[in-house]
Design a protein around this ligand. Structure first.
Ligand code: NAP
Length: 266
């Protein structure tokens, strides 16, 4: 696969690393206006680093646009006349709809939207993917690329904003939960470093239990709650203090905010 990343910033670099470290491309072109921060990729033999987006399009089949939403229209317009049947256009720009992209490049292109999260940089992203009707034939290809760096799910485009809250902002929400558990573990007697290790690996274990046993959180909770025991006492106190409600309301607030931001930007 000949892959170009147009706009190799934070996300683009994580993508490039993930693809190159798993031998996922026969060649890669990485673009950016100021290329000094991506020179490290020269050590991979099959990588071209350039400021020339048009060259990247000419030399590649899969084009991943990882630029800021406000930059996408200008850059797509710059390369539009070079797009051919072989090209698959993948955009990670938050809030830029398929209709918005089709207005620039037309509906007769393979168009994919992808919403990864920052865990892409450690190969553990939850990436949501949708496409235009023509792009459906290339969704499996897009999944194969992003699954080199984690897990993927194909969703309807109208759920893309919600996916941004659950998965991209979700990283921040889970970090706060891990921090709170760490603070509590310190109060219970552990050193800060030990406390974080306990919190992180317990969190990973809980997620792995659900992934590997394909069970429901309440089924796993039932296994650790003895009648009149300490776990149910702690859980019920957390619920009295509004834990589930706070999370649900916070995510609803994030969703309202992202919907307003998108309306203002595009
Ligand atoms: N970071 C994440 O985890 C994440 C998750 C989901 C979605 N997203 C979305 O992915 C996109 C990228 O996010 P990011 O965090 O990687 O942003 P970023 O770090 O700002 O990267 C964007 C890159 O685009 C480059 N760029 C700007 N104009 C360009 C041009 N004309 N030609 C070529 N390159 C150009 C910029 O570098 P120069 O200024 O040097 O050109 C910059 O490094 C955003 O739309 C964001 O909403 C990000």
């Amino acid at each position: 696969m000949k892959i170009a990343i147009i706009g190799t910033g934070n996300l683009g670099k994580a993508l490039a690393r993930g693809i190159l470290n798993t031998n996922g491309a026969t060649s890669m072109v990485l673009t950016k206006r100021h290329t000094s921060s991506i020179q490290e990729f020269e050590s991979y033999g099959n990588v071209t680093i350039t400021t020339d987006n048009r060259l990247a399009v000419q030399q590649s089949d899969i084009l991943i646009f990882a630029v800021q939403p406000s930059q996408l229209k200008t850059i797509l317009t710059e390369v539009n006349d070079l797009l051919e049947e072989r090209h698959v256009v993948i955009s990670t720009a938050a809030g830029c709809s398929i209709a918005f992209i089709e207005e620039i490049v037309g509906p007769d292109r393979y168009l994919i939207r992808a919403m990864p999260n920052t865990a892409l940089s450690v190969g553990s992203s939850m990436t949501c993917i949708c496409s235009n009707p023509k792009g459906e034939k290339r969704v499996a290809l897009a999944q194969a690329i992003f699954e080199r760096m984690g897990h993927s799910m194909v969703i309807h485009e109208e759920l893309m904003q919600a996916a941004t809250v659950v998965c991209a902002s979700g990283i921040a929400f889970w970090m706060r939960l891990i921090r709170a558990t760490t603070q509590s573990a310190i109060q219970l007697g552990f050193e800060a470093r030990e406390a974080q290790e306990l919190a992180v690996y317990t969190c990973r274990g809980a997620a792995d239990l659900l992934v590997k046993s394909n069970s429901h959180p309440e089924a796993e909770i039932d296994k650790v709650t003895t009648p009149k025991g300490c776990t149910i006492a702690g859980l019920n106190e957390m619920e009295h203090q509004g834990m589930s409600s706070a999370l649900i309301q916070g995510m609803q607030r994030s969703f309202e905010k992202i919907s307003n931001i998108t309306r203002e930007q595009l």
